[in-house]
Design a protein around this ligand. Structure first.
Ligand code: BGC
Length: 755
């Protein structure tokens, strides 16, 4: 092949695909997000939506995580996707990180083991998994440019470790992040891309840029980047062909692309798997029962007051590139067949028009001459087309629908960027352009909202039209017609009354799309709106209150000690409602354990800052993130790392430890079948200067009926007793080896001498 043809293989031809090269039989390869499903090349294609990554990690169940990967591998095959842009294996450094829900854990070993199981599942179907974002992309503030200053030791022992494990287990793709590390942009970071990843670790797959992260031609090519995505703003193509980059460097990249193509076009052993069933099973196993005074599991005969907006509209995934469109969503309302008392809406913006008050919700596309190009029904009045439009020559998009007769004051909203006109029965309520300052293009996913109130009577025809910016280089349309009907004043009071009258109150609280998303970090960990007030009032009305927390990341639960039970449900995917009902009624065991510490108060959080100063974010805490930092600060969190109750109790009977492995025998001492995540922590007998007090060394699951005795053997990775000091070095000495139910509930121990 000539240099031009070779170079053409290395950049996207559009938002998601690489060009084909027919003369060598190379097909076009398609990439797609992301960790919970496989979105496909259109923004609105349907895909399975599994629980979010924090939920997956909370299962601590590698077989189940492998199954999740398998489901997505199959989904990718079904959709013709060759490269899945997941897993996200950055760490929970600060709980404020906007993509916290999309990463696994604060612990690098747990992150790496979960990631490997996921990668194994995806790749077993002949689909490449992509370990991202390499590296130290642990928060979102100024993410395009933030310069992360981190010591070599923290980089090696924490942030690089999951990537190293992914490479060892054979991942086929790695994504280079937007940010800089120690003064170098990651797509130009020769030391880490060519030196560590490809050189030291022997990675033979492709390094793809995060979308628009490549901002130079020669530096990126020489540093070890192999593929630039997407086509838009790509500094490669003709510039790379004409550059001084030697042919051998180009050839290495071309070989990697061909190797990838070989890997992802082989027929795979097609496995049959019920994705919906898997989604339900994974969700149930991920729920962390944080406290329970015996109120759970519920009895079928008890009356239940179901309360909270997320009981009606469960938030099943976090925002940003990880979003997919499932065919359906189960909520607690649908699963229990009972209406929820909405009480108070925590959302900062109005939900898109949808539901029984609306008929004929339609999107219509027009060209410049106002000829209709496309008209199709909508389930909700929201449009999100990113990367490509459903039709060419699009000049105007209109969302319309009929609002049935509901007399009173309705609130409508326009949320989007650009020129909009909103009319209700031909009366124009809004006609203006919305255009705030935006530094990160991801701000596009969180556009501002303009509200208008209207007193209406009789059925209304509502229209929101948007004129497309034809000169914009980036094909993207994201807007919605928001609506809330007239609200009774006393929704909160009704909920409290219902709680008082029922045997049990089940309140669902959570974060909203304004809180947890790619593109921005969280300013606070508090639940939005009046949700804390709601929970406290419900508990006061009925002490038998179960609180379900629908959030992908830690939030503050100031009423936690008063609730009869607290169940942390993450973003549970499309089967979330059914899985919650399974766990509430004891048809499934709440198998989850916390992959990250939950604080009691913001001021206790050891690593809080995500902001940059003069472009810099210094990881001053070194090795001390997560529970290692909580240990060092000697502050008790609300819920410690590894915490989570089941519906039975386990007794730890024996432990046998060597440098290589630990065997633990446990007995199910309760009356029900159950599962126990046996966690192993090692602790130097004499504290080592500047090192954490103790750390996770492995885990395994025991499962059994009442009375069953189960023995598990857990291999300890060789890194357990090693540290990075200009190379991996063993730290000889005496170590306590603990096995237990969580970091704060260690049950049995032994001693090993490391030589
Ligand atoms: C995200 C990546 C994602 C890519 C493509 C970027 O903004 O950081 O995680 O894979 O977009 O959607």
């Amino acid at each position: 092949m000539d240099r031009e043809t070779k170079v053409s293989m290395l950049s996207g031809q559009d938002m998601w695909t690489l060009p084909e090269v027919p003369e060598i039989g190379l097909p076009s390869l398609t990439m797609s997000d992301g960790p919970v499903g496989v979105r496909g090349t259109g923004w609105t294609e349907k895909s399975i939506a599994l629980p979010s990554p924090t939920a997956l990690a909370a299962t601590w169940d590698l077989d189940l995580v492998r199954k999740a990967g398998l489901v997505l591998g199959l989904e990718a095959r079904r959709k013709g996707v060759h490269v899945l842009l997941a897993p996200t294996i950055n760490l929970h450094r600060s709980p404020r990180g906007g993509r916290h829900f999309e990463c696994y854990s604060e612990d690098p070993l747990l992150t790496g083991l979960i990631a490997n199981a996921f990668i194994d599942g995806v790749q077993s179907q002949g689909v490449a998994a992509t370990a991202k974002h390499f590296v130290a992309n642990d928060s979102e503030t100024d993410r395009m440019t933030a310069n992360v200053q981190v010591s070599e030791q923290a980089l090696r022992e924490l942030y690089l470790l999951p990537f190293e494990m992914a490479v060892q287990s054979g991942v086929w793709a790695v994504m280079a992040a937007y940010n800089m590390v120690n003064g170098k942009t990651m797509t130009e970071h020769g030391e880490l891309l060519s030196g560590v990843l490809k050189g030291e670790w022997g990675f033979d797959g492709i390094v793809v840029s995060d979308w628009t992260a490549a901002r130079s031609t020669e530096e990126t090519a020489l540093a070890g980047l192999d593929i630039v995505m997407p086509q838009l703003f790509s500094p490669w193509g003709e510039e790379l062909a004409a550059s001084q980059v030697p042919d051998e460097v180009i050839d290495d990249k071309v070989r990697r692309v061909i190797r990838l193509a070989e890997r992802v076009t082989k027929p795979a052993d097609v496995t049959e798997i019920d994705g919906r069933q898997a989604a339900r099973e994974i969700a149930a196993r991920s729920f962390v029962l944080a406290s329970n005074d015996g109120v759970l599991p519920l009895q079928e005969t008890q009356t239940v007051a179901l309360i909270g907006v997320p009981a009606h509209e469960l938030r099943i995934m976090g925002g940003g590139s990880a979003e997919v469109n499932p065919e359906y969503v189960t909520t607690l309302e649908t699963a229990l067949g009972q209406k929820a008392h909405l009480a108070t809406d925590p959302r900062a913006t109005l939900p898109p028009a949808a539901g029984p008050l609306w008929t004929d919700l339609t999107v219509t596309c027009f060209d410049e001459q106002r000829t209709v190009l496309l008209s199709q029904p909508l389930e909700t009045a929201a449009i999100r087309w990113i990367g490509q439009f459903p039709v060419e020559n699009l000049a105007r998009v209109e969302v319309s629908g009929t609002l049935s007769d509901a007399p009173g004051t309705h609130t409508f909203s326009v949320r989007g960027l650009g020129a909009f006109k909103l009319s209700v029965d031909s009366k124009v309520l809004f006609d203006d352009t919305i255009w705030p300052d935006m530094s990160d293009p991801i701000g596009f996913l969180k556009p501002p909202e303009q509200r208008v109130a209207a007193i209406v009577q009789g059925a209304q025809q509502v229209r929101l039209s948007h004129d497309v910016m034809t000169e914009s280089p980036f094909p993207a349309i994201n807007f919605q017609l928001g609506h809330v009907p007239p609200q009774p004043e006393d929704l909160m009071e009704q909920a409290i009354e219902a709680a008082a009258a029922a045997d049990v109150a089940v309140v669902v609280v959570g974060t909203t799309e304004d809180v947890e998303s790619e593109g921005y970090d969280r300013p606070s960990l508090a639940l939005p709106g009046r949700q804390d007030e709601l929970v406290s009032r419900v508990i006061a009305a009925n002490p038998r209150t179960v609180v379900i927390v629908n959030a992908g990341a830690p939030v503050l639960l100031p009423w936690a000690d008063e609730a009869a039970a607290v169940l942390l449900a993450w973003f549970p995917g499309q089967e979330g409602g059914n899985a919650l009902a399974d766990v509430l009624y004891g048809r499934a065991e709440p198998g989850g354990r916390l992959p990250t510490t939950w604080p009691r108060a913001e001021q206790d959080v050891p690593v809080w800052d995500v902001e940059t100063t003069d472009g810099l974010i210094a990881y001053q805490e070194g090795l001390f993130i997560g529970y290692k930092a909580w240990d060092a600060a000697a502050v008790e969190p609300l819920y410690p790392f590894g915490h989570g109750l089941g519906y039975t109790q386990w007794v730890y009977e024996t432990l046998v430890a060597t440098e290589e492995s630990v065997s633990v025998t446990v007995r199910n001492d309760g009356t029900r079948p159950g599962r126990e995540v046996i966690q192993i922590y090692v602790e130097p007998s004499e504290q080592m200067p500047a090192r954490p007090k103790r750390w996770l060394a492995g885990f395994a699951i025991a499962e059994g009926e009442s009375g069953d005795v189960v023995t598990v053997t857990i291999d300890l990775p060789k890194r357990t007793f090693q540290q990075w000091a200009e190379g991996w070095q063993t730290m000889p000495g005496e170590y306590l080896v603990h096995a237990g139910h969580s970091l704060a509930d260690l049950r049995i121990g032994g001693v090993v001498h490391v030589t």
